[in-house]
Design a protein around this ligand. Structure first.
Ligand SMILES: [Zn+2]
Ligand SMILES: [Zn+2]
Length: 257
C-alpha cells in the first residue's frame, strides 16, 4: 500500500509569501484525500494538476484558514463543466457555515450554481472520538481544544495523525500515539503574550513535546502565524523532540508507512 502526504499550504490565517493557508493532500491506497481547504489551496491544486483528481475532502473546522476555498472548489466542480459530486466531511458545526456559503455565493441565474456547495460537495458530519471509512480509508477523530468545534484526524492505515488547530492536552498525546508521522500545528515560536490555553494553539516547544510524549517517529510542524518564523519554529521543536523534525512547506512530500 502506498501512502504519501503532500503539503499544499501551511499558513495560519491568510496565505502569505510561504504559500496558501492550511491544505494537505493525503494519498492512501490510490485514494486522494484533501485535508483542509484554506485560501490559496484550490489554485495550488490546479497548478499541480490534481484539482480534478480528488476522491474526498475533509475539513477540520470552520475557521476560514481551513475552509474558505470550499467555495472556489465548488465553483470548479460546477463551472464550466459539471464534475461528479465530491464528498465533503467535517464537524457538524460546519453544516450551517456551508449553508451560508450556499446563500451568499449561490448564483440564482445559473441552475448548477444556485446552491454550489451542497450541489458540488455533499456533506457528511464526523463526530469526535469516532471512527469511519472515507472511500475505504479509515479515519478516527478527536475534539481539539479550540474556540470552535475542531477535529484532529488520524489515518491508522497510513500511520498518520493531523492535529488541526488546538492546544496541547493529555487527550491529544494519547490520540497521536501509535502513529509514525505527526503533522502538528506550531502556530507560534513562543508563548509570549499569547493566550495559548484560552484560544487554543501550540508553540514550537509544545508541538515538540507532543511528538516526544506520543513517541512518533516524524514530526512536521505547520500552521505558521509568520512565514519568517517557519525554520525557527522547526528548530525549536527539534530541541524537544529527538525524532526527525521537518517544517511544512508547499510541495513537501513524505512517504507514510
Ligand atoms: Zn487555523
Ligand atoms: Zn482555527
Amino acid at each position: 500500500m502506498v501512502s504519501e502526504l503532500t503539503v499544499i499550504g501551511c499558513r495560519a490565517g491568510s496565505p502569505g509569501a510561504c504559500g496558501p493557508s492550511s491544505g494537505y493532500l493525503l494519498e492512501v491506497d490510490n485514494r486522494l484525500l484533501l485535508v483542509d481547504c484554506g485560501p490559496g489551496v484550490v489554485a495550488s491544486l490546479a497548478v499541480r494538476g490534481v484539482l480534478s483528481k480528488l476522491d474526498a475532502v475533509i475539513v477540520s473546522h470552520a475557521h476560514a484558514d481551513h475552509c474558505a476555498d470550499l467555495v472556489a472548489l465548488a465553483y470548479h466542480r460546477l463551472f464550466p463543466k459539471r464534475l461528479q459530486p465530491l464528498p465533503l466531511f467535517g464537524p457538524g458545526s460546519l453544516a450551517p457555515v456551508l449553508e451560508h456559503m450556499n446563500q451568499v455565493f449561490g448564483i440564482p441565474s445559473l441552475q448548477e450554481l444556485r446552491k454550489p456547495i451542497s450541489t458540488a460537495l455533499p456533506f457528511t458530519p464526523l463526530y469526535p472520538r469516532s471512527s469511519c471509512e472515507i472511500k475505504g480509508v479509515a479515519v478516527t477523530t478527536l475534539q481539539m481544544k479550540h474556540p470552535v468545534e475542531t477535529l484532529a484526524i488520524a489515518f491508522p492505515q497510513a500511520g498518520f495523525t493531523y492535529t488541526a488547530d488546538g492546544a496541547l492536552t493529555d487527550e491529544l498525546v494519547e490520540f497521536a500515539s501509535n502513529t509514525n508521522v505527526l503533522l502538528a500545528e506550531a502556530t507560534y515560536l513562543d508563548g509570549a503574550g499569547r493566550d495559548l490555553d484560552g484560544h487554543g494553539h501550540m508553540t514550537a516547544e509544545q508541538a515538540g513535546a507532543l511528538a516526544a510524549r506520543a513517541r512518533v517517529s516524524h514530526l512536521i510542524t505547520t500552521h505558521f502565524a509568520s512565514c519568517e518564523e517557519r525554520d525557527a519554529i522547526c528548530e525549536r521543536a527539534a530541541q524537544v523532540f529527538q525524532g526527525t523534525t521537518l517544517a511544512a512547506e508547499p510541495g513537501l512530500r513524505i512517504g507514510l508507512g
